[in-house]
Design a binder for this molecule. Sequence first.
Ligand SMILES: NC(=O)c1ccc[n+]([C@@H]2O[C@H](COP(=O)([O-])OP(=O)(O)OC[C@H]3O[C@@H](n4cnc5c(N)ncnc54)[C@H](O)[C@@H]3O)[C@@H](O)[C@H]2O)c1
Length: 315
Amino acid sequence: MAKILVTGGAGFIGSNFCNLMVKKGHEVTALDNLSLGVKENLVPEVKLIVGDVRKREDLEKVGYVDYIVHLAASSSAPMFDSDLRGAFENNILGHIDVLNYARDIKAKKVMFASTSSIYGNNPTPLTEDQLVIPPNFYSVTKFAQEGTSRIYSTKYDLEIIAFRFMSVYGPNEGHKKVYANVLSQFIWEMAKGKPAVLYGDGTQERDFTNVRDVCQGIEKAMNSEKKYGFNIFNIGTATAISLNELVGIINKVMGKNIPPQLIPNPLKGIYIKTQLAGIDKISSELGYAPSVGLEEGIKEIVDNLDPARIPLMQE
Ligand SMILES: NC(=O)c1ccc[n+]([C@@H]2O[C@H](COP(=O)([O-])OP(=O)(O)OC[C@H]3O[C@@H](n4cnc5c(N)ncnc54)[C@H](O)[C@@H]3O)[C@@H](O)[C@H]2O)c1
């Protein structure tokens, strides 16, 4: 049994990881300021501390833990448009605050969420050894987290792992509303009989990764005895499909035939054309293997949709 702190534990990925870890017998504390996440995402066995990673007194309420899974962040590129300074402070200074805490309590390992959007339109498959030029403010903050962690691990002898998640989807995403994965948003809209709205011609491709596989990757890193100092791992499926194909699969699973609505891309700046993870590194180092097929993952969300609780995107 390990003691685990999950920052951002009431959020999408955090709650899935917390709920899985308590099921496996670990003692899990979620620290979340509930700026986006909701306590309903967590099973009662998870101890929730409502607090902020940037406040030392809130971190200290957690006490000693073996592992820290740091997921608290301004978690989506559009969030940076409304409050650029606040989002930089949250992601960069908040990250330093978590690392300082980990150092002071002598935690065995810190694992945190970077992002695959850091790769921009690099050639695929995306691999961890590629040169990256972060294409937006959000990925700039994740790049800063990675760089800070690399120095930190050497200076303070702390084991730190960064994950570059691809497009993660799965249960407990409702609180994210417009910030949720397009896959979930498409399902919510199509469940109401509305078309999925696709930017451009819908040929852009994404490596849709079920949150269960993200949890698998984090758990494998946590349990690994290997010492890296600092290391970076992609988590994805090594397959990509276009948004047009995605809408086709959702229609098939839902027994519907709603064509997507194509609109000109309203986003300025770099738009990712193809996201496809290289996963050789995490497979060979940690024994990770994607386990949830896309159709299976979509079916699970569709089967569990409560028509009375489909997120309203305009809220
Ligand atoms: N979902 C994806 O596809 C994806 C892909 C790549 C990276 N990530 C990263 O993974 C992490 C988790 O993302 P998610 O999809 O679960 O998003 P999420 O927004 O659901 O989770 C983040 C949680 O952190 C909390 N939070 C934010 N700032 C905080 C603070 N200062 N102190 C305490 N809690 C705070 C929020 O309330 C929220 O519950 C984020 O770091 C995100 O950038 C997500």
